[in-house]
Design a protein around this ligand. Structure first.
Ligand code: SAH
Ligand code: SF4
Ligand code: F3S
Length: 443
């Protein structure tokens, strides 16, 4: 009988896509997906280290009984992958001695061999070496989404923002070839995917190693021209590298969604400098103006950190006023969390305090919630293109999709609509999604 695997994923979109790659590698090695933990011969935990709470999830998960030992005393092989594996390496064994395999972010392809070696030797195996190669065999990843496909275009980051662990867990920035990226886009479309999500730590740093003329806007153009691609999204661009050509690409390319996720991190130029973001509040506001001028309907979302070391009340007020001024369509905000191997951890004491961070986060949420609700209410009565991407698990005859601006719309519908773009009339607004009705549906 084939051995069975189960993967649990804790991280960002790239981490989710890495899990799709691991699934494919294991299936190539003869494994099958397990229905649940009780039948798994191998459990792979794909971890995230971006904030302390995310990293601790690994150890709380490892501490739970079912994963450590079954009633009959047997237990699955336990493998740890992802950013915590890369960061901690062998040290994971000190806190969790029963882990069998530790595989770093750049050594993914070694997973099946490491599992075999662990089984044969009865000893823990690990590989956290820095492999520079970011190619990945075509057609191996087991995509979990029927409509959307992640395609990694670059891995790693050379920016070293003061708070961020990612450059140490993902390594130096490495570009995938344009040929590989386009082949994967074609393969995803041939497999029925309609939306391509290009992934990288700073996507707009992209420079094709196999085509000197191909930077990120040129790559968007090439992906846009692939037949069958209906939508393109990308995450994340860095404001510092957002060029006029990128703005023009968002304006002109028919399949590129009118949505940009543009992390700001802080509204205070002083804090942005401490963070080593290398742009000012004014640069960002100018960029937003340029984007909205070129693409009036563009939706802009962001990431924001509160309580970075040295953030005064005045600095925080700058974040609040920036959020009010830009009116983001959505925002992910976080309490600053000190991470190993970062400039801030070495030089900047975490001095804002937990309660104060929580207060600032709540204040930010209040402002954002109001802005978002106003936007949602204004959408009621309008008609939008919605790409249907999921079927409701809770309600029969209900589907969900997104507008090009990335707002979730729930509507009555059928499973056969998956992957179709419909004209949808908005009839109501919830706190995190809209309600709609298909305006016209052919069969
Ligand atoms: N590559 C992405 C960022 C990935 S991390 C980019 O450069 O845009 C996702 C978000 O987590 C960041 O944008 C930041 O807002 C947040 N983040 C990163 N490190 C953090 C830390 N130490 N504490 C709190 N939030 C953090
Ligand atoms: Fe982290 Fe900054 Fe690189 Fe983004 S750009 S991954 S926030 S170091
Ligand atoms: Fe987390 Fe690593 Fe992604 S730290 S956010 S899983 S790159």
């Amino acid at each position: 009988m084939a051995r069975k695997y189960l993967i649990e994923t804790f991280g960002c979109q790239m981490n989710v896509h890495d899990s799709e790659r691991f699934a494919g590698l294991l299936e190539q090695a003869g494994y099958e997906a397990a229905a649940d933990l009780s039948e798994a011969d191998l459990v792979l935990l794909n971890t995230c280290s971006v904030r302390e709470r995310a990293a601790e999830k690994l150890f709380s998960r490892l501490g739970e009984d079912p994963i450590a030992a079954r009633v009959d005393g047997s237990r699955p092989v336990i493998a740890v992958a992802g950013c915590v594996a890369q960061q901690e390496g062998r040290a994971i064994l000190r806190r969790a001695p029963y882990v069998d395999v530790i595989v770093g972010t750049q050594a993914a392809r070694q997973l099946p061999a490491l599992v075999e070696q662990a089984l044969a030797s009865g000893r823990a195996q690990f590989d956290v070496d820095r492999y520079e190669d970011v190619s990945f065999p075509l057609g191996v990843a087991r995509r979990g989404d029927p409509v959307k496909a992640y395609v990694t275009i670059l891995e790693g980051c050379n920016d070293h923002c003061a708070y961020c662990v990612v450059p140490s867990t993902r390594g130096r920035e490495r570009m995938r070839s344009k040929a590989d990226i386009l082949a994967e886009v074609q393969e995803a479309v041939a497999g029925g995917r309609r939306e391509i999500q290009l992934l990288g730590q700073i996507v707009n740093d992209y420079q094709a190693p196999d085509d000197p003329a191909c930077d990120f806007p040129a790559l968007l153009e090439a992906v846009d021209a692939v037949r069958g691609v209906e939508r393109i999204r990308f995450a994340s661009p860095h404001p510092r590298h957002a060029s006029e050509r990128l703005i023009a690409a968002i304006r002109d390319l028919p399949h590129v969604c009118k949505h940009v996720h543009l992390p700001i991190q802080s509204g205070s130029t002083r804090v942005l400098q401490l963070m080593r973001r290398r742009h000012t509040r004014e640069d960002y506001l100018r960029l937003v103006d340029a984007l909205r001028h070129a693409v009036p309907a563009v939706a802009i979302s962001t990431d924001l950190i509160v309580g970075f070391p040295g953030e005064t009340l005045e600095d925080f007020e700058c974040s609040l006023s920036l959020v009010a001024a830009v009116r983001f369509e959505s925002m992910f905000s976080f309490k600053y969390s000190e991470r190993p191997n970062t400039l801030a951890a070495r030089r900047m004491p975490d001095d804002v305090g937990g309660e104060e961070k929580a207060r600032r986060l709540a204040a930010l949420h209040d402002v954002q919630r109001e802005i978002q609700m106003e936007g949602y209410r204004a959408a009621v009565g309008g008609v939008f293109d919605v790409l249907v991407d999921s079927v409701s698990r809770r309600r029969a005859q209900e589907v969900a999709g997104r507008t090009t601006g990335n707002v979730v719309v729930n509507l009555p519908g059928r499973r056969e609509w998956l992957g179709r773009t419909l004209r949808v009339r908005i009839v109501g607004a919830g706190s995190n999604s809209l309600r709609g009705e298909a305006a016209e549906v052919g069969d």
